[in-house]
Design a protein around this ligand. Structure first.
Ligand code: SF4
Length: 518
């Protein structure tokens, strides 16, 4: 394939979890930035390879945390995992990239590394970027098939790397990159300043095939576009690596990682998605959408009145003031996710790093009573030092608000690198230094004497039963928490009843019976 002088061909590898079809907006931005400089970009995406038995959403359906939807159409697109390496090699031979770049989270790095191993013989430079190398740089750079890693934001580093590759100059001095030089020698460059979000071009949706535009929401597959309004988060939750990124930039004097994109730029992107990409639903992926100042929020709301497409965002409970809820309703907000995380005030403050009372939480959630949008809530079970007794407090607070909630999730605690709670879990001996998180809908990686793995899994699979069934069902649900014969039979019977009562008789398209068994 011919290229103009100075043009570099970059192949992204996106080692995604199976059928996690939410489009990675960060990659559409990286692609747009590179193309705006005259480079060519292609992607190898593992989303539609059968890398696992069940997808995250299928696990959630099984645990009654998600309204069942028909996965048949998506499953028909799955290719066998055996063909994955050959498909990647064919893509490399057709595209002839000068650089292969992997975007990796902790739970996808292993797959990305396996793919890099399988194409090492092409002798193309390999770069790994994303959250995982940002917080586990030594581990990722030590992998034999990794030549460089990117720490923090990738846009500027990728452009500089491509331009340096195009001129044949030394690539080892580019800010944000760690580069392997000779055996044992790694050049660690400083972090560059956080970029100005208004300088980014429109995202490049042509990178992915059409089917990647769709995602299940409320039992339907919707054509969805994502718009970044801000990057970073000003809060300090201990299970999350956003505070780590904030500190990384602060410590490096590289600016405030928490930044807003101007309302004008947001509007420009929205118009593009609606007019050109024909989306029917907008997703605002900001970590904490309502962490925006009032002046920005009012401007945003005025602008969005012209757009009026249903949208989703995620925020913290205490940001749901009555005024903001009313305005969000007026402008067509359809879905909001919030993190309850834990129901015990002391535990939430001391372990989770969220210092607000249950009274405030209930007050804020109560504000959505007449809202236009559906509320989805997230909880975490199996946090360090947690016990089954403490989980009862999470169940109790969720029961108090369940009439206002469309969908309640209970995720396994995942000790991601770069979080304070990983350090605590290590100190307490619940995990090992080399423990790697798998995706947090599947199982816990913690080994806690006071809260055994099967008890955590039992609490998670019955969580929504505790929330929705009358209290008189609690003894039967307690039986369904157990993964023995009687418990599994009870779980199945209650799952059928739950589906009939609350999901109109649809019990889920896939038989994942006992998927949570340990
Ligand atoms: S969990 Fe949410 S609110 Fe807390 S630090 Fe992370 S992004 Fe911010």
């Amino acid at each position: 394939m011919a290229s103009s002088p100075g043009s570099i061909r970059v192949l992204f590898i996106y080692p995604n979890l199976m059928l996690q079809t939410m489009l990675p907006s960060s990659m559409t931005v990286l692609s747009a930035v590179l193309k705006s400089r005259g480079h060519s970009v292609d992607v190898f995406d593992t989303t539609f390879y059968a890398t696992e038995e069940h997808s995250s959403n299928e696990y959630r359906v099984q645990r009654l945390q998600m309204r069942p939807f028909d996965t048949g159409a998506q499953r028909k697109l799955l290719r066998s995992v055996e063909s994955m390496v050959q498909d990647l090699r064919s893509k490399i031979e057709a595209f002839q990239p000068h650089l292969i770049a992997v975007s990796a989270l902790e739970d996808t790095f292993l797959l990305g590394a396996q793919l890099l191993d399988a194409v090492r013989d092409y002798a193309i430079p390999h770069l790994v970027g994303g959250i995982y190398p940002t917080f586990a740089p030594d581990l990722v750079i030590s992998h034999p098939s990794v030549d460089m890693i990117c720490i923090g934001e990738g846009e500027g580093a990728l452009v500089d790397l491509c331009e340096t590759l195009a001129t044949g100059k030394d690539t080892s001095t580019i800010s944000n990159l760690w580069v392997k030089k000779r055996a044992g020698e790694i050049r660690k460059n400083p972090i560059r300043p956080a970029l100005n979000l208004d300088e980014l071009p429109l995202p490049d949706y042509s990178l992915f095939p059409e089917q990647r535009m769709y995602f299940p929401m409320g039992g339907r597959l919707l054509r969805i576009g994502a718009v970044e309004t801000h990057r970073g988060c000003p809060y300090r939750c201990t299970f999350c690596n956003s505070p780590g990124t904030y500190d990384l930039y602060g410590d490096a004097a590289a600016g405030n990682f928490f930044r807003l994109k101007s309302v004008e730029s947001v509007h420009r992107e929205l118009r593009y998605l609606i007019d050109e990409k024909k989306v029917e639903y907008i997703r605002f992926p900001a970590d904490t959408f309502l962490a925006m100042p009032n002046a920005y929020f009012y401007d945003f709301a005025e602008m969005y009145k012209q757009v009026r497409l249903p949208f989703w965002c995620q925020t913290r409970p205490e940001t749901l003031t009555q005024e903001r809820v009313n305005i969000l309703s007026e402008i067509g907000c359809a879905d909001i996710s919030i993190g309850i995380e834990h129901g015990n005030e002391d535990f939430r403050r001391d372990i989770v790093g969220r210092n607000y009372s249950n009274e405030l939480l209930l007050d804020r959630v109560g504000n959505v009573r007449d809202a236009s949008f559906k509320l989805r809530v997230n909880n975490i079970i199996g946090l360090p030092r947690e016990t089954r007794r403490l989980t009862a407090d999470t169940i109790a607070i969720n029961r108090k608000i369940q009439s206002l909630v469309e969908c309640a999730n209970a995720f396994h605690f995942a000790p991601y690198r770069g979080t304070k709670l990983r350090d605590l879990a290590l100190r307490l001996g619940y995990i090992k230094e080399d423990t790697v998180v798998e995706h947090n809908t599947k199982d816990t990686v913690l080994d806690m004497p006071q809260y055994p793995r099967e008890h955590i899994n039992g609490a998670i699979r019955t969580f929504n039963m505790y929330l929705r069934f009358p209290e008189s069902y609690f003894p039967k649900i307690a039986v369904a928490e157990k993964f023995d014969k009687e418990g599994n039979r009870m779980f199945e019977a209650l799952r059928q009843e739950f589906s009939e009562r609350y999901y109109g008789g649809v019990s889920g398209a896939n038989d994942l019976e006992h998927a949570a068994s340990v």
